[in-house]
Each structure stands twice: as C-alpha cells, then as structure tokens.
Design a protein around this ligand. Structure first.
Ligand code: HEC
Length: 139
C-alpha cells in the first residue's frame, strides 16, 4: 500500500472507533425508558427527582449512608437500589429497621410527600446516570 492509502485506512479505522465510542456513550447516557427519573448532563433532573434529592439532604440520610450514597455505617444505597424493589424501599424508609440501626421516617411530612422522588433520585444514582453531589432543575 502507498503511504497515502495507509493514512486513509488508518483514518477510517480511527473514525470507525470514534463512531462506535460515540454510540456507546450516548446509549449509556440515556436512562432506561421505564426509569423513574429524568436526567440531563448527569446533574439536571426532573422536578420530582429534585424534590427527592432535597429530601435526602434535609433528612441527612448521608449521616449513615455517605454523602455520595456509597455507604458508611448504613449500606451503600448505590448497591442496595440495584436489588431493592420500590415497595421494599417504601416499607424500609417508612418503618425503618430499628433493630438494625435504620430509623423510621414515617413521621416526616417531607418523606411522606417525596418518597417516590427520593426513590427516583437514588435509582438514578444506582444506575450511574445521576452524578454524585448537587443536582439542578432541568430546563
Ligand atoms: C442513623 C443512621 C441512618 C440514617 C440517618 C438513615 N439510615 Fe438507612 N439504613 C441504616 C442502616 C444501619 C441500614 C441497614 C439496615 C439493615 O441491616 O437491614 C439502613 C438501610 C437502609 C435501606 C435498605 C437498604 C437495603 O439494602 O435493604 C434504605 C433504602 C435506606 N436505609 C434508606 C435511607 C434513607 C432514604 C435515609 C434518609 C431519609 C436513611 N436511610 C437514613 C442507617 C441509617
């Protein structure tokens, strides 16, 4: 092959690799169709999910589950939410598991109002779609 042809071939392979990478990234960026949250750019979320995050902050779940949900004295919720059903999540945060150190939150008006958003937020963290830290309203 002439060096010009080699260059074209190299360029084509490079371009192909980039295209594949781009497809993978964009596929990875989009939450599943049935996801309970919507997210853009990793930190802009729908109103319900935003209220869920505010509830997380207000109730200071991070004291036991870590500021990035990675676990502390309580388990990592990034891991837990991969398996825990929405119903079991609801039961756990309402009743707690007092004998194991998880307090009940049924007395909190904010949790009663926003528990589904809290579930949505944590699901987005668990799916790796919502970045750790501050989240903002979607446009
Ligand atoms: C005082 C510490 C503490 C606080 C505060 C706390 N948790 Fe927990 N949480 C725990 C512990 C400990 C467990 C593990 C219980 C067990 O072993 O079953 C747990 C378990 C859970 C589970 C179940 C995990 C699983 O894998 O089954 C969820 C969901 C959860 N917590 C959510 C929350 C949320 C949301 C908040 C804030 C509203 C919160 N927790 C606040 C200590 C805490």
């Amino acid at each position: 092959m002439s060096s010009a042809k080699v260059r074209v071939a190299q360029w084509s392979i490079g371009f192909l690799a980039l295209s594949i990478a781009a497809v993978c990234i964009s596929a990875n960026d989009a939450p599943a169709a049935d996801a309970p949250y919507q997210v853009k750019d990793g930190n802009k979320v729908d109103a319900k999910t935003l209220d869920g995050w505010k509830t997380w902050r207000a109730l200071a779940c991070e004291r036991c589950h870590g500021p990035n949900q990675e676990g502390l004295v309580g388990p990592s919720l990034v891991e837990s939410l991969k398996k825990l059903s929405k119903e079991d999540f609801h039961t756990t945060i309402m009743n707690g598991r007092p004998e194991k150190g998880m307090p009940p939150f049924s007395g909190s008006a904010m949790v009663n109002k926003n528990w589904e958003g809290l579930y949505a937020y944590l699901k987005g963290r668990s799916d790796g779609k919502i970045q750790p830290g501050h989240v903002y309203p979607m446009e």
